[in-house]
Design a protein. Structure first.
Length: 292
């Protein structure tokens, strides 16, 4: 068993007009009010282009050159706020902008609408959440001129809803704009790199799933990468399964643990709870591999 990493180091009332505050080197920050009906199609000077940019797992050095070029074209960045407990996520994005984006630019903060985390109908609940988020994005897009940008953790193609919401906005037909997707380093890649491992054995597949599906369906064929697991579903797999676990990859609080689930599973559960209690949130991922 090996463990390494730093251990102690993842909306206000509605107003008639968005409030603007000075924010350092950025031009100003815009706090969007709660969702309202989409603006009319006659909105003047709409956003003409949008970049959806993968920014990696949290380390500004993992931002690709393609992403840097896109960041430097953006006039306004749209950020879904996660509340005070996850302010560090917004701060990490701001640090990436400070490192790579051109100045001046605007940051448009949009409150992330709440959703039921334990719904009876998971798909219907998530689709409703996507719809409400897309309406907020549409309102923000309509109030933006020039080029917009959305920063996405990891890669926009892997367990992220941003592209679905952008397509919802375009499908309503109120706004028209071009958009480009910039791929990013995923937490899957970051996990493998930090543990210095190959994701699969020779000739074997890699299965990527969620904690909920792991608990319901068990391990896939070959190696299994598990994301979005709030309940430590790895405790349900055979004890001789090997696990490589990582939290806050690329951030100062990065924590790594690996070993047999039967030997270190309880330690991961305990450490994960400590980290989450300390910060108020956690972003983690792990790889599982059955015993040979």
């Amino acid at each position: 068993m090996t463990a390494r990493g730093a251990h102690d180091n993842a909306s206000g009332p509605a107003q008639q007009r968005p409030a603007r505050d000075q924010v350092g080197r950025h031009e100003y920050r815009v706090r969007m009010p709660p969702a309202r009906p989409p603006p009319p199609a006659c909105q003047a000077d709409p956003m003409r282009k949008l970049y959806v940019i993968g920014i990696g797992a949290g380390d500004p050095d993992q931002v690709t050159m393609a992403a840097v070029k896109a960041l430097r074209e953006v006039d306004a960045f749209f950020v879904m706020g996660k509340g005070a407990e996850k302010q560090q996520l917004v701060d990490v994005r701001a640090a990436i902008l400070d490192e790579h984006a051109a100045a001046p630019h605007r940051i448009v903060e949009i409150p992330d609408p709440p959703r039921d985390r334990t719904p009876a109908d998971y798909n219907a609940t998530v689709l409703d959440w996507h719809e409400r988020r897309s309406l907020l994005l549409e309102e923000a897009f309509a109030g933006t001129e020039g080029v917009g940008g959305i920063l996405v953790w990891g890669d926009p193609a892997l367990y992220d809803s941003t592209l679905r919401m952008v397509e919802r906005v375009l499908a309503r037909g109120t706004l028209t704009f071009d958009y480009t997707v910039i791929p990013g380093v995923t937490s899957v890649h970051a996990l493998a790199a930090r543990h210095r491992i190959v994701l699969h054995r020779i000739g074997e597949p890699v299965h990527i799933t969620t904690g909920r599906r792991l608990r319901d369906e068990g391990l896939g064929t070959g190696s299994t990468v598990v994301m979005l697991d709030a309940d430590c579903a790895f405790t349900s797999v055979p004890g001789d399964t090997y696990i490589w676990w990582g939290a806050y990859l690329g951030m100062p609080d990065e924590t790594l643990i690996h070993g047999r689930v039967g030997d270190i599973g309880a330690e991961i559960v305990r450490r994960r709870a400590e980290l989450r209690a300390h910060k108020g949130w956690i972003m983690d991922i792990y790889l599982l591999r059955p015993a040979e």
